[in-house]
Design a protein around this ligand. Structure first.
Ligand code: NAP
Length: 276
């Protein structure tokens, strides 16, 4: 499995597994458990979740699927903004750990920016790190100006910004991605297949067909093409997981990248960071 190196030197798989909407439907549970396990078997050991997802149901599903394989995983969870205060962050983290059936997170993120001052969240994250509850910390949905404020607030140890990034959401290429790379921070691309909406796009389907790949594989390989962006697609079946895993080995030739640029142009000027 190809890896991306965090600023701490930690290597993580370039493609992981998202879990939003998982663990919420009893009729899909067995498929979801099998999908998560199959992904880990295939090297997709980075698992992304959040206390928000199903009010903890996604974390519990991961605990059930992979509790006995903890040491193979790079577990990422996120705290609600209203829980990102000095007082509440530790309790949120503890509850996530309990649901996941572990004693530590590999990466803990502020899910999006809320009312709590960034400096206070940084302090909370650092306290959790000192206590051994989390190994790294980062943020999500912060635009360039928020990231600059974060660094000014003492947050230079932030390792990642998890953002909406895919062929139809290219805004971050203007300012945010270059800024993150300059700081040595990694980006994580969420909704890398636009929650499935991208997959029926006729031009994407045509390009994929021409190179013998699936639309999902081309869309995922495109988000990871710099070698510095981690993609975290969510897949609820083993079949989709297998298909997505293969995207990490797909290198898109320059004529394909040009064709994708023409079909999915990047915005001409900076636009505010979008979120789902
Ligand atoms: P996504 O990964 O772009 O799309 C998931 C959808 O695509 C599901 O309906 C899935 O169907 C389908 N899919 C996946 N692989 C497929 C394939 N090979 N062929 C056909 N369909 C496929 O959307 P997402 O779940 O919003 O984003 C991914 C993860 O990013 C989330 O699960 C979550 O962990 C994270 N996220 C973070 C934030 C944030 O604010 N930080 C926001 C959104 C998402 P099946 O389930 O049937 O496989």
């Amino acid at each position: 499995m190809k890896t991306v190196t965090l600023s701490t030197g930690q290597q993580v798989p370039m493609i992981g597994q998202g879990t939003w909407m998982m663990g919420e439907r009893p009729d899909r549970r067995e498929d979801e458990l099998a999908a998560l396990r199959a992904g880990v078997d295939l090297g997709m050991t980075l698992i992304d979740t959040a206390e928000m997802y199903g009010n903890g149901a996604a974390e519990s599903l991961i605990g059930e699927a992979l509790g006995d394989r903890r040491d193979e995983l790079f577990l990422v969870s996120k705290a609600f903004p209203h829980n990102a205060s000095r007082q509440r962050l530790a309790a949120s983290c503890e509850a996530s750990l309990k649901r996941l059936g572990t004693d530590r997170l590999d990466l803990y993120l502020l899910h999006w920016r809320g009312e709590v001052p960034l400096a206070e969240t940084v302090e909370g994250m650092e306290a959790l790190q000192r206590a051994g509850k989390i190994r790294h910390w980062g943020v999500s949905n912060l635009d360039t100006d928020d990231m600059e404020e974060l660094v000014e607030a003492g947050g230079m140890a932030c390792v990642t910004d998890q953002i909406l990034y895919n062929l139809t959401r290219r805004g971050p290429e203007q300012e945010l991605l270059p800024w993150l790379f300059e700081q040595g921070m990694t980006a994580m691309a969420y909704s890398p297949v636009e929650q499935g909406r991208l997959l029926g796009h006729p031009v994407l389907a045509k390009i994929a067909g021409e190179i013998g790949a699936s639309p999902a594989q081309v869309a995922l390989a495109w988000t990871m093409r710099s070698g510095r962006v981690i993609a975290i697609p969510k897949a609820g079946t083993v079949e989709h997981v297998r298909e997505n895993r293969a995207a990490a080995d797909l290198v898109l030739p320059s004529d394909v990248l040009d064709a994708l640029d023409a079909a999915f142009p990047r915005p001409a000027r900076p636009i505010p960071l979008e979120m789902l």
